[in-house]
Ligand binder design. Structure first.
Ligand code: C2O
Ligand code: CU
Ligand code: CU
Length: 576
């Protein structure tokens, strides 16, 4: 086992050498001169123990006899209930984990890749050191040990790579898997289990003519986010499922880099959600369609009772607009396989991309067997304590998460990512419950930034133009992104994710949305239940309530458009 300085610490030293940091937290990094954690804590008595590793392998994805090079998680259960780890053969997806509330879990992660990596338990409320912060990225051959108690309620989460600046690429090449949490309250509801509790992990990929995965290349690709032209469900294209004429629970996870899905059934059947990521809902919610941003999860209920054997139902992503910058959208409109009318035929020949907001099928469900033993949809699901403005200590001064897009860089709160630097506005007292306002900050903000910059007045760091300044020669797009109009010109949808404790959406306001575009998504938001990611459309303003309890330390908040995250649209909260 190696005891070399871990990745974060090396990076830290490197960054410090440039004197860039504003407020460092040496106790978090330097008090631990060797790897943050490479051996288990003797006093921690795990109920569940799992050995994970990640390595490069070839798996069949396309049904053409060829194999695709991927990065894959493998896991071996050392201790705990047998159903804890379910491996998926011939697939790039990592094993499905099932954890129960209250379990103490120890996980070993061996990095057998040829690059640094670290695992993150997305949605899980765990101590900083077990959260997989990119500062803990370990080198090939190194081991990291996670220890945490499952505090979460029943829900659907996932785990994935959070490697420093390689998250987008590693998740794309396969480093992700589903994580279910169960609890007693959920068990008492008698929801569908076993084969009737079906995960639908949706991802989009691009393959070259040798069936190998292709990821982003240029800066433009990164700024707009990666969009693939092949939709995979649970790691396979053209997904079809045989179902019985009874009720199912579908755990839908958007595991894509940046694609947003507008889920809808082809025959107009409304969607019924029973869970939103980190909790069951209080009662089922019915929607004509559901917007699902990257890393969002919804548990859907669908009852096939009464549907004849031989019938089928197709889950679609329905058309919508306004998630991409207006200019970009105009250029790409109607280019998708089944989107639009192909008005821009010549464009179609230049690329086969499936645009953001195009219509396409996701999965087909064939009713193949008649049964009569279906559970009924419960009227009441979880009992949640609903947080209100009265519970927060900052109702009049919400913590900001300002979204900015300029100079080809999307940012949060005006500053790029740094492993261990926080601004005043990012310091939160342990035990407090905060209101947080997520909003798009365009022209006014940029002007403010520019003036504060020229005054060299570092207003809580909001004035930094970190990306090389206005003369950085990014060309035409930069010009559009930087001017008065720039903000709105470059506005796009961002799935904003916060590590640590689950939050609740307090309000979603239309702000400066484009009316026409907004009509295509308006009815698709489920803002009840407990979540860790919220999709914020251009012009929208979303307020959330988030408790910061149990653990001190650095907890990330970032855009879960993974290209944006890697570009630095990520910051830390420091809970002290
Ligand atoms: Cu799903 Cu910080 O990540
Ligand atoms: Cu996360
Ligand atoms: Cu983003």
């Amino acid at each position: 086992m190696t005891h070399s300085l871990n990745y974060g610490r090396r990076q830290f030293l490197q960054y410090s050498a440039f004197g860039a940091a504003a407020a460092l937290f040496p106790e978090l990094l330097l008090a631990n001169p060797k790897s943050a954690r490479s051996s288990p804590t003797p006093s921690f008595k795990p109920d569940v123990e799992i050995e994970f590793s990640a390595r490069e392998v070839f798996v069949p994805i396309l049904n053409n006899g060829s194999k695709t090079k991927v990065q894959k998680y493998f896991a071996k259960l050392l201790k705990g209930p047998e159903n804890t780890v379910q491996s998926i053969e011939d697939n790039y997806l990592g094993p499905t984990l099932t954890l129960a509330k209250g379990q103490k879990v120890r996980i070993y992660f061996d990095n057998n890749l040829s690059e640094h990596s670290i695992m993150h338990w997305h949605g899980m409320h765990v101590p900083q050191k077990s959260d997989g912060h990119p500062m803990y990225s370990i080198e090939p051959g190194e081991r990291f040990v996670y220890e945490y108690e499952v505090l979460n309620n029943a829900g659907t989460s996932f785990y994935h790579s959070h490697a420093h600046e390689l998250t987008g690429s590693q998740v794309y090449f396969g480093l992700a898997g589903l994580l279910k949490v169960t609890d007693e309250e959920e068990k008492a509801l008698g929801l569908p289990t076993g084969e009737y509790d079906l995960p639908l992990v949706i991802q989009d990929k691009r393959f070259n003519s040798h069936s190998q995965l292709q990821y982003v290349h240029g800066m433009h690709d990164r700024m707009m986010g990666f969009l693939g032209d092949t939709i995979l469900v649970n790691g396979k294209p053209n997904a079809e499922f045989s179902v019985k004429s009874r009720a199912y629970r579908f755990r839908v996870l958007n595991g894509s880099s940046s694609r947003i899905y507008k889920l809808g059934w082809d025959d107009g059947t409304p969607l019924t959600a029973i869970g939103s990521a980190l909790s069951l809902l209080e009662k089922p919610e019915t929607k004509p369609y559901i917007m699902l941003g990257p890393s969002e999860r919804f548990d859907l209920w669908l009852d096939f009772s009464g549907r004849p054997v031989g019938s089928k139902l197709v889950l679609y992503s329905l058309p919508f607009s306004g998630a991409m910058p207006p200019m970009f959208e105009r250029m790409h409109r109607g280019r998708g396989r089944q989107g639009g009318m192909g008005m821009m035929g010549r464009m179609d020949m230049m690329t086969s991309d499936l645009g953001q907001g195009d219509k396409f099928p996701i999965a087909t469900f064939n009713v193949t067997e008649k049964v009569s033993d279906s559970p009924k949809l419960p009227v009441q699901l979880a009992r949640l304590k609903r947080l209100t403005e009265k519970d927060v200590d900052n109702a009049d001064s919400p913590l900001p998460i300002a979204i900015t897009e300029r100079h080809m860089r999307p940012l949060v709160n005006g500053r790029p990512f740094s492993l261990d630097e926080v601004m005043e506005i990012e310091k939160v007292k342990l035990g407090s419950i905060k209101k947080i306002k997520i909003y798009h900050s365009h022209a006014e903000h940029q002007q403010h930034e520019m003036s504060s910059q020229s005054n060299n007045h570092d207003m809580e760091g909001m004035g930094h133009d970190s990306m090389g300044g206005r003369g950085s020669g990014m060309g035409m797009m930069d010009e559009m992104g930087g001017g008065m109009m720039g903000g709105m010109m470059m506005a796009m949808a961002h799935p904003i994710h916060l590590h640590g404790q689950q939050f609740q959406v307090l309000s979603r306001k239309e702000g400066h949305v484009n009316r026409e575009d907004y009509e295509t998504v308006r009815h698709g938001f489920i803002d009840v239940g407990r979540k860790d990611t919220v999709l914020v459309m251009p012009g929208e303003e979303v307020e959330i309530i988030k408790p910061f309890q149990d653990f001190k330390g650095l907890f990330l908040y970032h855009c879960h458009n993974l290209e944006h995250e890697d570009l630095g649209m990520m910051r830390n909260f420091y809970v002290y």
